[in-house]
Design a protein around this ligand. Structure first.
Ligand code: FAD
Length: 1004
């Protein structure tokens, strides 16, 4: 236990008890069961299913503009068998279902207005005028305010500007009357309590710049500055205080940097604050570093310390991405960190003002006692609570500390719902101090206990997680890059420089363990910088293909019989090699095919995943399986590799798909002749180094880039090739299947073709979709990596009722993203892969222009155009299913927008092409999601998430119809395609005697 804090504990306890006594019998209005909100909260806390449904319903409510959609959603969310649903809701829902009519209408109206008034409880006003009126009243009651404009997700610069203007508007409204406000604390003069500005506003920094991203701190901060500065200047004019809130971890570094820039740009204006979150494991270092900076620049600063509002989000995100969880995972750890860091801040009170923002009486009491002990002057700290949350706490605080500020959100209910849901979750969380105090009526001494003691007690009851067992661990996806980590941000420019120094060399073939040079060469170039040659790649002709197949055939005889375990271990060593060189392998893709940093990194992760996954799969399949139970007979099923595999890979996932197909073949015992795409042959050569490092025997992997027209058919037709694994266009895929069906002289087997081909992927936007997510999801799926993923969205099918709103936001968002070379992480979209791709896309842009109405056509600057293979980002409306642009695969950043009158028509349109690869739907209607599950017939369907970025195992990938033949890559059936099953059955009975084996059908 920290000695200084623990020695204060008796005083903290005494103060806490006093605090409790002063508010005895009072309860926050959210828990008041005499009101609708209190009743609903009560049910939510008792019934997890209802809580989820209720909060999801609250979230979708602002989108339900017609009584039909309101009724439908009430029914879908609440009219179940569950007897725990509160009568008020259940009654409304069942009535709606049975009869509809007037009764239902009245009930629906009641439910809507109840939820709206619940929202209003946390929101001081929807209009500026209303907010000012609310503030006036609060001040009359003796509370200061900090005003926060709702609207956290901005997807375009238009929306960021609106967010800025919202602040200017409310400040204007305040300006008209704040001079009349008497200062709080009875002091004369302009300041509350003699030192604090009367006006105080809080802002969400990411909302000021729609393109905020952690990988681009400089660009993000510049973008934020452009919109926050006018607000700050206005605040300064009015002598107010501006606090920059802290949002999700991904914005933390940008936010700190934004504060520093603003603070140093206006060094004479001290009323600028920032927030730190005690739930972050990094909080001690964050605050220590920040205070050191303040001393270094010698400028007074102000910190609001909170525990943090995004605990669930941060934990789920980290778990999904394989990152270390950045927040404490035991609640008392956050409480301990809070007290520790509060102490650190107050020790620096000469340079730092402190706002203690908590509703937790233990936390507040600890802060009060520490402040007293350290002699922190009154003007150096204050207390803050959320409007509408903890009335007894604020009252108690006002009695003791005097200086209490209420955090007052204002604005439309629509963006306000996200805020409301967060508050509802917070209030109903088991760990919440408010819930424990006022709803659970937990023991007061337990609530006031030192959190270190609470932690010890909590841990005592828990068993320690067992040490992981020896051997191969469960498969988990390799972690995605986390650009909140500075080392990751710095690794990419470093790797770019290193790899760039190696460019322009001759790239030989690799056959039977030897480099082989040819006279025929092709330069592979950087599509963003045509004069930059990545490598001069030797091209295999027919002779080299024959040599490679011969080497592979020879290697087959021994590699086939290497144990599955040993073959798997080779893959694991190769995976380790990629992990060790992940940044170099990533940036080579940025240079050779124009992949953005994060996506190039994801490509290498996927390659690693394929090998880690297939290694485990081969171990599973490699174990001979006993068939049947008959005594006296032992039958085993097992597999052997089919033979030589020709792997023909695309350029869009130049490493991942190559490694996926190649490693699957190799782990199955099938040596490979690998033909990478001409566009990405240098990335393809990376497989040679990888297999060498893994110790793969000569001849098992042969690298043979070549011109399709010269050696493609020859490879496919070769009689000694047993398997052809192909990923690419439908035309080439069909041609391969046709040719592979023809038996060549000397051929000893039927060829197996595994072909992943095209897609014309649709995303459906339901009329209740969360547009903050849908717009960004469609944008990313359509234009990430320039729309050149097989899974990319190329059609967005929008329900009539939401069409205008969606299209407006989508087009504004598309106008806001940055275009330019992928090397610069600020850019969202870069050049397409090469000149051929450029020509093809331009042709389709023309077709799109002829067939529909161009909504967005964004080009890069002429300078960039002259240096690289750029095409316009194109969104075209008024497209119907008959149009070519709605049917043919473009493989570039061209998105068709299609209108559907209802879900029937939307599904019909989505299913109306000959492809069936990926699809997505954004909807908050449980019934429509369920329907899409059944009727949106594609290989990979995503509900409320974008359609790209499939992960090995979790999203085993592949389509049907004209999108491909074969089982899903990265899935449990994939390896079987490279294997021939064999069965051996032995009669174990000799002279009437049979040994009885385990598993035999025998008597007990
Ligand atoms: C005036 C004001 C301004 C605010 N501004 C911000 C802001 O800018 N950014 C922001 O993120 N939040 C902000 N908040 C919200 C604040 O983070 C939460 O409301 C607050 O954390 C609730 O904490 P508490 O001390 O009141 O309650 P408590 O009940 O003591 O603490 C609850 C908190 O503990 C943490 N927690 C919950 N479960 C666990 C667990 N299993 N392991 C570890 N920790 C856990 C979470 O942070 C949770 O919110 C603000 C709050 C106020 C009052």
């Amino acid at each position: 236990m920290t000695t200084e804090i623990s020695s204060l504990d008796p005083r903290i306890l005494a103060r806490g008890r006093e605090f409790f006594a002063s508010i005895s019998g009072e309860s926050p209005s959210v828990f008041n069961k005499g009101w609708w909100t209190g009743k609903v909260m009560d049910w939510a806390m008792k019934n997890e299913d209802f809580k989820v449904q209720m909060f999801r319903f609250v979230d979708v409510l602002p989108y339900l503009n017609t009584s039909e959609s309101l009724s439908r959603h009430i029914e879908e969310y609440f009219a179940g068998e569950d007897s725990n649903i509160p009568d008020v809701l259940k009654w409304g829902a069942t009535k709606t279902k049975i009869g509809g009519g007037l009764v239902a209408k009245v009930l629906n109206k009641t439910i809507r207005s109840n939820i709206e008034s619940m929202a209003r409880q946390f929101i001081i006003g929807q209009q500026a005028k209303e907010a000012v009126k609310g503030i006036r009243k609060l001040r009359k009651d003796g509370f200061a305010f900090v005003l926060d404009l709702l609207g956290e997700a901005t997807v375009s610069e238009v929306e960021s500007a609106a967010y800025r203007d919202g602040y200017l508007e409310v400040l204007d409204a305040i300006q008209k009357e704040y001079a009349k406000w008497a200062p709080l604390g009875g002091d004369k003069g302009e300041l509350d309590w003699g030192h604090a500005p009367k006006i105080n506003v809080a802002v969400k920094p990411s909302a000021f710049y729609s393109q905020s991203k952690p990988v681009d701190i400089d660009g993000t901060v510049e973008g934020m500055m452009a919109n926050i500065e006018p607000v700050f200047r206005k605040v300064m004019d009015m002598g107010g205080f501006l606090c920059i809130d802290m949002e999700q971890l991904k914005y933390k570094d940008c936010t700190v940097e934004l504060y520093k820039r603003l603070r140093t740009k206006y060094p004479d204006y001290p009323h600028l604050g920032i927030v730190f979150q005690a739930y972050l494991r990094s909080v001690d270092d964050d605050v220590r570093g920040f205070l050191a900076w303040a001393r270094e620049v010698n400028l007074p600063v102000s910190i609001r310390l909170v525990k943090g509002a995004y605990w669930d989000y941060e934990t789920v995100l980290a778990k999904q991405n394989g990152w270390p969880v950045p927040v404490w995972t035991h609640k008392p750890e956050s409480d301990m960190a809070y007290e520790r860091v509060a102490k650190m801040i107050m020790e620096n009170h000469d340079i730092c003002h402190f706002a203690c923002a908590s509703h937790n009486i233990r936390t507040i009491s600890a802060v009060m006692e520490m402040a007293g002990e350290m002699g922190v002057p009154d003007d150096k700290y204050e207390f803050q609570v959320l409007y509408g949350m903890a009335e007894p706490v604020r009252k108690g605080l006002k009695n003791v500390a005097k200086r209490v500020r209420l955090y007052c959100p204002y604005g439309d209910l629509l963006p306000g719902m996200a805020y409301l849901v967060r508050r509802l979750l917070e209030n109903t969380a088991n760990e919440s101090f408010l819930k424990q105090t006022f709803a659970d009526e937990a023991d007061m001494d337990r609530l006031l206990e030192n959190p270190e003691a609470t932690l010890r007690r909590q841990l005592e009851g828990k068993c320690v997680a067992p040490e992981p067992e020896e051997g191969l661990q469960r498969f988990d996806n390799h972690p995605m890059v986390d650009f909140t980590v500075e080392a990751e941000r710095l690794a990419f420019p470093g790797a770019l420089e290193k790899v760039r120094a190696t460019l322009g060399r001759k790239v030989p073939l690799f056959i039977d363990g030897q480099d082989v040079e040819t006279d025929d060469v092709i330069d592979s170039y950087n599509p963003a910088k045509l004069e930059e040659v990545i490598g001069t790649v030797c091209q295999a002709g027919v002779t080299e293909v024959d040599r490679a197949v011969e080497a592979a055939s020879a290697a087959y005889l021994s590699w086939r019989d290497v144990s599955p375990q040993e073959r798997a271990e080779t893959l694991l060593r190769a995976a380790q090699y990629l992990k060790d060189n992940i940044h170099e392998y990533s940036v080579l893709q940025t240079l050779e095919v124009g992949k953005q940093w994060d996506q190039a990194h994801a490509d290498v992760c996927e390659a690693i995943d394929f090998m880690e996954y297939y290694a485990r799969e081969m171990i599973r399949l490699g174990e001979p399986r006993r068939m049947g139970h008959a005594p006296g007979e032992m039958s085993h099923l097992f597999y052997q590799g089919k033979g030589v595999a020709a792997v023909i890979a695309p350029w869009n996932f130049p490493l991942a798909i190559s490694v996926g197909m190649v490693s699957a073949a190799i782990v199955c015992g099938c040596p490979v002749v690998y033909k990478p795409s001409g566009i990405s042959s240098c990335v393809g050569r990376g497989l040679v180094d990888m297999w060498k490092a893994a110790g793969l025997p000569d001849g098992v992997f042969n690298y043979c880039p070549g011109r399709g027209s010269v050696m493609g058919d020859h490879l496919v037709d070769h009689p000694d090739v047993a398997v052809i694994a192909f990923t690419g266009s439908m035309e080439v895929g069909l041609r391969i299947q046709e040719r592979a069906a023809v038996v060549q002289p000397g051929q000893q087997h039927c060829k197996r073709v595994i072909a992943e081909m095209g897609g014309k992927n649709a995303v459906i936007i339901d009329d209740d979709a969360d547009l903050d997510e849908a717009v960004l999801g469609v944008l990313y799926a359509a234009f990430g990596f320039q729309g050149q993923k097989c899974s990319a969205c190329s059609r967005v099918v929008v329900l009539d009722a939401i069409y205008d709103r969606f299209v407006e936001r989508l087009t504004e968002a598309a106008e806001s993203i940055k275009l330019g070379p992928a090397e610069n992480p600020a850019n969202y979209m870069g050049p397409v892969a090469d000149k051929g791709a450029q020509e093809n896309v331009l042709r389709y842009v023309k077709i799109a222009e002829q067939e529909g109405t161009v909504l967005v056509k964004r080009e890069v600057s002429d300078d960039l155009k002259a240096t690289g293979c750029y095409v316009p980002l194109t969104i075209v409306g008024d497209i119907t299913r008959e149009h070519r642009i709605a049917q043919e695969e473009v493989f570039g950043p061209v998105l068709s927008v299609m209108r559907a009158k209802d879900m029937d028509e939307a599904l019909d349109i989505a299913n109306s092409t000959r492809f069936a690869l990926t699809g997505a739907i954004y909807s908050r209607s449980p019934a429509n999601l369920e329907r899409a599950y059944r009727e949106f017939r594609v290989g990979n369907l995503y509900l409320n998430k974008h359609s790209v970025g499939a992960l090995v195992e979790r999203h085993a990938f592949g389509g049907f119809k004209m999108s491909g033949v074969g089982s899903k890559s990265g899935g449990p059936d994939y390896l079987i395609q490279f294997l021939d099953p064999r069965l051996v059955s032995e009669n174990t009975m000799r002279r009437g005697f049979a040994p009885i084996e385990e598993g035999d059908d025998w008597f007990v």
